[in-house]
Ligand binder design. Structure first.
Ligand SMILES: [Zn+2]
Length: 258
């Protein structure tokens, strides 16, 4: 049973269109600590015992290739199956080390699942694996703004420049009005309308992101670095726009409710 499960997992079962999905690391082909047979990543394929965790990325943990379109229903199923099998309290686990490994593997499993099931976290994770420093990038933008004497602010996405400029002026106006204990209902309504538009834009970014997932997943195995970077840049740009809009909506809400 255990061996069937492991075999399934490493056939790239979670994602049906992968044939070359498995990236075996050197350690993953080591022998089982218990019976000496060739082990698989999580369990020995022969005796089923839990193996010491191997440092692998979350995709590899689930036997997946670095693709972004992912069948989350199947991922969930694999997660529950693995959770059950890796459970540290499983009474069959007499060996103290095996218990510890179960614990470590379970925690790795939880992290991997939480990251991969979420579309945004999955995208960010893949970008990080690809060497994109998302935090570094926004930190650099912040420092640049600071050096230029601007208030700590994210760089405005070019397609939002005009809108944001206008909206900021209106927010200033409303803040000033509120200080005087009055607010113009027409202005409140106008700002509310723009907030709604921003929220719609935010939602539509998910659809746009899926287009880039397709582009990424369609890249051939021998794609050039240039080709890969092009798709990565589109995703980074989208994630930046997304977080910019999210912060902006939060600011608008604060002024409206303040
Ligand atoms: Zn074994």
């Amino acid at each position: 049973m255990a061996s069937v499960f492991v075999a399934n997992l490493f056939m790239g079962n979670v994602e049906s269109n992968t044939s070359s999905s498995l990236t075996m690391t050197g350690d993953a082909t080591a022998t089982c600590w218990s019976c000496g047979t060739m082990r698989a990543v999580h369990f020995c394929s022969a005796c089923g015992k839990v193996q010491p965790p191997v440092p692998v990325d979350y995709f590899t943990f689930f036997g997946l290739s670095r693709k972004l379109n992912l069948n989350t229903a199947l991922l969930e199923r694999e997660f529950y199956e693995l959770s059950r099998k890796l459970h540290p309290d499983l009474c069959a686990r007499a060996d103290k080390r095996e218990q510890e490994w179960s614990l470590e593997q379970s925690s790795l499993l939880n992290d991997a699942y939480r990251t991969l099931k979420d579309p945004i976290k999955r995208t960010e994770y893949l970008l990080r694996l690809e060497g994109v420093e998302l935090e570094e990038q926004s930190k650099a933008a912040t420092e640049k703004a600071r050096a230029a004497g601007e208030i700590k602010k994210q760089v405005v996405p070019p397609d939002l420049l005009e809108e944001v400029f206008e909206l900021n002026m209106q927010l200033e106006e409303l803040r000033a009005q509120k200080k005087l204990g009055e607010d113009d209902p027409a202005l409140v309504e106008e700002i509310g309308r723009q907030k709604l538009e921003l929220e719609e834009k935010y939602e539509s970014l998910s659809e746009e992101l899926k287009k880039y997932w397709d582009e990424w997943d369609r890249l051939p195995g021998n794609a050039t670095e240039e080709g890969r970077r092009k798709v990565r840049d589109k995703m980074v740009d989208l994630l930046n726009r997304r977080s910019y809009i999210r912060n902006l909506v939060r600011d608008v809400s604060e002024v409206l409710e303040g």
